[in-house]
Every structure is written in C-alpha cells, then in structure tokens.
Design a protein around this ligand. Sequence first.
Ligand SMILES: NC(=O)C1=CN([C@@H]2O[C@H](COP(=O)(O)OP(=O)(O)OC[C@H]3O[C@@H](n4cnc5c(N)ncnc54)[C@H](OP(=O)(O)O)[C@@H]3O)[C@@H](O)[C@H]2O)C=CC1
Ligand SMILES: CC[C@H]1OC(C)=C(O)C1=O
Length: 331
Amino acid sequence: VSAASQPSEAASTATVEASVPATMKAWVYGDYGDVDVLRFDESVPVPEVAEDQVLVKVVAAALNPVDFKRRQGKFKATDSPLPTVPGYDVAGIVVKVGSQVKSFKEGDEVYGDINEKALENPKQSGSLAEYTAVEEKLLALKPKNIDFVQAAGFPLALETAYEGLEKAGFSSGKSVLVLGGAGGVGSLVIQLAKNVYGSSRVAATSSTGKLELLKSLGADLAIDYTKENFEELPEKFDVVYDTVGQGEKAAKAVKEGGSVVCLTGAVVPPGFRFVVTSNGEALAKLNPYIEDGKVKPLVDPKSPFPFSQVVEAFTYLETGRATGKVVIHPI
Ligand SMILES: NC(=O)C1=CN([C@@H]2O[C@H](COP(=O)(O)OP(=O)(O)OC[C@H]3O[C@@H](n4cnc5c(N)ncnc54)[C@H](OP(=O)(O)O)[C@@H]3O)[C@@H](O)[C@H]2O)C=CC1
Ligand SMILES: CC[C@H]1OC(C)=C(O)C1=O
C-alpha cells in the first residue's frame, strides 16, 4: 500500500479527535430522589480528558445498587456536586487519550468501574452517557471472548467479589457461604471461590426459582431462603460472604476464627465491611479467568435495556430481584 494512502499518525489522531462532539446525550439528575428525578438530556458537555485519563465512547453501561443509593442521597456527604450523570460500569472504545496515558491508545476496547472510591467524590459525569472520561489505571482491555454488554456488567461487581474474598483471606480448600448467590456480586463470588480459589465447598442462598442457577455457577449446596434458615443449619463455613445485609445471621453461620464479609447493612463481629476500590490491574489479573470460561458473565434476561429505558432499568434493579447484571445497550 503506497504511503500516500496512509494518513500520518497526527492526521489520524486529529481525525478521531475531530469526530468527538462538544456535547452528548446522557441521563442526568439535578436533585436527589427516586427514578422520577432522572432526565434524558441531549446536550450535556462531553467531559474533558485529564492528562492521566482516556475518553471512552460508551458502548454499554451496567447499573449497580450504588447508583440508585447515590441518587437517593444516601452518600450526599461525600458525593460530587449535582447535577450528576450516573453510572459506574462502562465498556467501550477509547477515542482520545491524555498526554500522560501509557497503557491505552485510540481504538482500544476497554472496560472498568470509572470511580476509584465508590463513595468518595464519584465522577459528576458517569457512564450513562455517550462518552465518559476515566483514569487509565481504572480500566483494562476487554477480553476478546465477551461482548460489550457482558463486559460492562463485570467491573464493580467482579472487583467487589474479588476484594471481599481477598480481605477475608479466602484460599484453596476453604468453604464459603454466599448470601445472595444470584445477584451481580454473589454470582461472581460463587465462581471465583469455586473456579479460581479452589474452594472445598461453596454454598449459596436464593429464592426457589434460582437454585439451579446457583448450582450451574458452581455452588455445591443451594439453599432456598424461602424454605429454610441457613443460620440454623449444622454446617458452618470458613467465610460467609453477605451481599444481602444479613450480617447478624451470617455471624451464626461462620466457623470459629472464620470471616464474614458484609457489603451492606449491620456488621456483627466477626463481620467486617469494606467499600470497593476500582482497580484496572485487578480486572487485568482476572481477565484470563474470563477468557478461559472459569468466570462467566451473568446478564439478567431482561437486559440489555436500550438507552431510552434507563428509568425502566433502574425500576427493575430496585426491586432487588435482578439475576446477574442489568445492562444498558445500545448507547
Ligand atoms: N460495599 C461495597 O463496596 C459494595 C456493596 N454492594 C451492595 O451489595 C448488595 C448487593 O449488590 P448486587 O449483587 O449488585 O445486588 P443485586 O441487585 O444484583 O442483587 C439482586 C439479587 O439479590 C438476591 N437476594 C435479595 N434478597 C435476598 C436474600 N434475602 N437472600 C438471598 N438472596 C437475596 C435476589 O435473589 P432472589 O430474587 O432469589 O431473592 C437477586 O438475584 C447491594 O446492597 C449493594 O449496594 C455492592 C457492591 C459493592
Ligand atoms: C456502604 C456500601 C455501599 O458501597 C457500595 C458500592 C454499595 O453498593 C453500598 O451499598
């Protein structure tokens, strides 16, 4: 191919940057409240890219409970100023890179949780938008064997599942009880415990209709919480991973010297609480398990919701019945 037909590096960069508009479509809320505060705005400023950030053209964005808890004002003391474009999880394509960025280039397919500290000054301009700016250290290259919808659902939930097991000192041969095994986080705790850490025994709770799903994810024991109380079972576990705010009951199911991971609700010794930290290196470390099928994406059957149906998507997530992740696509 003759040189003449190959645009210079500068020309191609300029071409890509020139294609980035000054404004974009995004979901925004200017007040805290229920889903009624959400507005679809067709003229939101495209975020500027800091020197350590990339601009991502959003292909898919996943919802997390932290999104609606934040919108309800539960974390207003440490929130960034309103108005807010919500959304933590993103999967998309790099269209612009900051001057200090080293790990990514234009055209890279990436995914990640855009807020390093979930509750400390989360970004004003989130992933429920056509573009979002995010530090390169919070992103990883999207595994080739999953699509953007599947990738968008991983970051916050997978990083939470992993960070909680690490903090609990989980390791090969240990047993774990997962409270909420069908949820975004719980479904990944089951898979990580079984297929990555080499757990000796994985138990998990859900309602009747999701028990077979728990077993398909790797649970050796699926407990129907509508029929029995896990804390009354004779079997105790090295780790209890509570994703449903049952810290008090969880403390009764853990072995002497074991750990209870509490994501929400009351924390009763030996339980501990943590708030997830977004980390691109953790995602990159887990990529091989996604690529070899040891960790599979679980996207709720009602997903993906189109960009126009973000209110419906949040309404569904807020029922507390989602099976895996609620994802928005196309955007
Ligand atoms: N501290 C932190 O850093 C983080 C905290 N969180 C918090 O953890 C919680 C879980 O998050 P996530 O997994 O995304 O939530 P999801 O919305 O994905 O959870 C929905 C699932 O929870 C299950 N569930 C609800 N109640 C129970 C119950 N009593 N027993 C067993 N399963 C139950 C439902 O199954 P069924 O229909 O069968 O009841 C459903 O499949 C949220 O409160 C979230 O805010 C999440 C991430 C990070
Ligand atoms: C205090 C836990 C809080 O942090 C995240 C990320 C959630 O989803 C919460 O409920």
